[in-house]
Design a protein around this ligand. Sequence first.
Ligand code: F0G
Length: 465
Amino acid sequence: MPTESAYQICINPACRKTYSVDEVLSGCTQCGNLLDIAYDWNKLPVPKSLREFEARWSSRSNPLDYSGVWRFRELMRFAADDQIVTIGEGQTQLRATASVAKYVGVKDQNLLLQYEGLNPSGSFKDNGMTAASTHARMVGAKMTACASTGNTSASLAIYGSATGLFDVVVFVGSGKIAFGKLSQALDYGSKTLQIEGDFDDALKQVRDVCKAEKIYLCNSVNPFRLEGQKSIMFRVLEGLGWDVPDWIVAPGGNLGNSSAFGKAFSELKELGLISRIPRLAVINAAGANTLNQLYGQQGIRWNGGYTDDAKIDGFFDVMDRENRRASTLATAIEINRPVNLKKCLRALDVCNGVVREVSDQAILDAKAKIGAGGFGCEPASAASVAGARLLREEGIIAPSDRVVCILTGHQLKDPNATVGYHSSLPHRIDPKLASMGIQSASFANGPVPVPNNLERILEVLRELG
Ligand code: F0G
């Protein structure tokens, strides 16, 4: 049975307590640290080469082969095939984008955008939610829940509506959730609780509610979710003909994605399926920069798993005492206490990583460039391109480096940010954006008002060139 070769294990090297995959846990019961899913690889049929996965393209009538996540199921074998819950997630694309390459400052073909917004609910979260839903089914859960800045809730809600397997309750903060995302949770029929507070408050509440009511928790403290998110990296490699890029650049919020990427690469290396590991850049929004503060300024490192917890706790104590709360237009990553901090530190260690923060201005400018050069994305996703540009300016990324930026969410998730930016004029920035410190919209492409008159329309078109 596949599940006998997989188990849960505490990430703390001083603990390493293990648990069966049949248990529902969101942390180690002995020391409170995060859990990983681990595998006895020698008991599992793992392909000798990543190319073997390509054969699955010819059997796409099998839903597991069609899924861009489960196509790689040998690399996340915690569930038997007949338990897997899939809605056809992971049909995403890696595309080289010359105009964005120019903006970042690398060679034409060297800037690649991984469009995770093409998932069924419009964000990368579906990669993880298919795995969490699979585990929820394995353990017989009837109700699932999450807290969210919007995308996790949209994703969990679609897995509830499209499979009919679970009732779903989502907890969102007040005010900041982008309407595209809120509308999804409502439309997919999940119970939606809007907590007076922000994402961190909602997460705390949902954790307590799930414990009290035995509801299955689908936030990224759930280690099964991150197993699914490893597949984003498998598809990036697939998109490059199984070559390893020089850089993976991802926005950092709760730090589940970056954690999953690091795990994916260390496992592929351990299995001899890749010969080197790319560098990882995790990009915070300046208004939600806990990771950058801890990693960049306080020098916190993974340190073999012996992280300086006193220093980390001290940082959060000051944050609470001064009531410092995250605030950014990239609402998806407006998070104070990233729950996967330690796993992300491990990923940064494995991938010789760097952390940076970028302003909301840089995020919206990069977003406009991404939209004009391809399929577009939501603000948080554009932090990746803004971060790559910054790292190029600093000389950390070289012009000849091959850089993959992860576009985590679809352009239509947050139309207010997009329309606000493009409707802004040099002397009149959209008031909502201006109140968040946006001073310019250099790449605005605003709508042009015209009278309902053919001659005037033609004149205006000629003027626009
Ligand atoms: N990009 C988007 C579009 C997101 O929705 C999120 C996280 C991130 C990046 C950050 O990813 O948490 O793995 O570091 N959104 C969560 C949510 C928090 O509730 O939808 P991370």
